[in-house]
Design a protein. Sequence first.
Length: 133
Amino acid sequence: MVVKVDHIGIAVSNLEETLKVYTDLLGLELHGTETVEEQKVKTAFLPVGDSEIELLESTAPDGPIAKFIEARGQGIQHIAFKVDDIEAALAELKAKGVRLIDEKPRYGAGGAKIAFLHPKATNGVLIELCQKG
Ligand code: ZN
């Protein structure tokens, strides 16, 4: 089902400031930023080999990233696995009784189709499935 680790999502309070850690200190290149209004988040993608780092800054105090930081502080928020067919993957997980946050894919940054599994179904890790192109 899963092809590779597509990206690691990191919740940050200040996107501009945090970007410096990944560009200036680690030498990664910023691939682009995008605001996804639906999820109240501004994202920045930095490719690392075949995967990416996704930095996430909340655009509203009641957004999911703001709530995450309030509860747990800044840090790794989710791991995204690439799948070839997200609808099929969700149907398979549903059939296995896995609790899903998204039963249907929604729009993600870069035009990807994404869906989240419930962290209670995965022993604490928020897993995103992601299909691109
Ligand atoms: Zn993500």
